[in-house]
Ligand binder design. Structure first.
Ligand code: ASP
Length: 347
């Protein structure tokens, strides 16, 4: 019983919570914010932006930006996933499903707010993707602050990796043997090494991928990530690639992916999922098709995807591998009151 009152409000609250936690996966309602992983604060930042009159692009920028500042799981924003040289570099994209405009940055250095720079690429250039040093220079010219993205944590991850003979890494067919030694590496003939050693797994990364939809079914999608730990400098994953990391089309819906970007970007899973929805598939089925397509070639890839259509229905799918049997994602819509973490069983 609540102090000084009767127990009815508390019981009512419990009832409401109970009803909410029983909402079936994919319960439809607009507006909608949905993102990969249990990054609730990001979902709420996006939701708040929509509620206070922001556009879907504002919502995606705010949501992914929150994750960048909070360094969600160490896998988004500064101070995470140091590359082979110990540096954190960022990839991000944002897509306007009304105009099909995209802004993206890859291998961005020294700038924390990658999703903000991606939006600046979309709104202040006629390009789609800027990379590396030039992207950082563009960001500085647009008023973003340049600062060191290294933290004690990322430095320690890097130093431990060096101490452990640079294991794991993403090299193959090189000399010295990358499964035992650090570089510098030189090419080794013949090119026979097909092993997937060092490939991404559940622990080496995450990414925020977000879809926001307003009452009128306008869709935006975006991503932000610091990629994969110990990546080869210059490596860019799926996240800043339209159709791979995310895709939005206000006549259909949106999708966003997370996982082993080196594999996933070969299949444009977000584009495929949106096209499946265009052809009539419900979001869960569309997500499953996108995962199945990759599975056919890479049965043990690590990856998941979220999908939503413009009626506010949503779904998710993931590839079941050792250590990854459930994928969690977060949703806010008018039914959830606050953001809710849901999960889907991988197949
Ligand atoms: N897809 C991202 C990448 O490969 C990482 C992730 O989603 O976990 O860069």
């Amino acid at each position: 019983m609540m102090p000084g009152g009767d127990s009815a409000p508390a019981i009512f609250l419990l009832f409401v919570l109970n009803v909410l936690t029983c909402l079936p996966l994919g319960h439809a309602s607009l507006p909608l914010v949905i993102n990969t992983w249990p990054f609730k604060d990001a979902t709420e930042a996006a939701w708040k932006s929509l509620q206070s009159g922001g556009t879907v692009l504002d919502a995606v920028e705010k949501g992914c930006g929150q994750c960048e500042e909070a360094q969600c799981d160490g896998s988004v924003g500064y101070g995470g996933s140091p590359d082979e040289r110990g540096e954190t570099t960022l990839d991000a994209m944002i897509m306007n499903g009304d105009t099909m405009e995209v802004g993206a940055v890859a291998d961005l250095r020294r700038i924390k707010n990658a999703i903000g720079v991606a939006r600046a690429v979309m709104e202040r250039t006629t390009h789609t993707l800027l990379v590396g040093e030039s992207a950082s220079l563009f960001a500085e010219n647009m008023g973003f602050t340049a600062e060191d993205l290294t933290t004690n944590k990322s430095l320690n991850i890097f130093l431990e990796w060096l101490k452990g003979n640079c294991q794991p890494n993403y090299r193959k067919n090189v000399f010295p043997d990358p499964s035992k030694y650090c570089g510098p590496y030189k090419p080794r003939a013949p090119v026979t090494d097909k092993q997937t050693r060092g490939h991404a797994n559940v622990h080496s990364h995450d990414t925020i991928g977000m879809i926001a939809m307003d009452q009128g079914g306008r869709v935006a999608a975006g991503t932000s990530t610091n990629g994969m730990t110990h990546k080869v400098p210059g490596r860019v994953g799926d996240s800043p690639i339209a159709g791979a990391g995310a895709y939005a089309d206000s006549s259909v819906g949106g999708a966003a992916a997370t996982g082993d970007g080196d594999v996933m970007m070969r299949f444009l899973p977000s584009y495929l999922a949106v096209e499946q929805m265009r052809a009539g598939a419900d979001p869960s089925a569309a997500c499953e098709t996108a995962i199945s397509r990759i599975k056919r070639h890479y049965a043990d890839f690590f990856g998941a995807i979220i999908c939503a259509n413009t009626t506010g229905h949503y779904g998710a799918a993931c590839n079941k591998i050792a250590g990854f049997s459930q994928f969690r994602f977060t949703v806010s819509n008018s039914e959830t009151v606050t953001s809710r973490v849901l999960h889907v069983d991988c197949f």
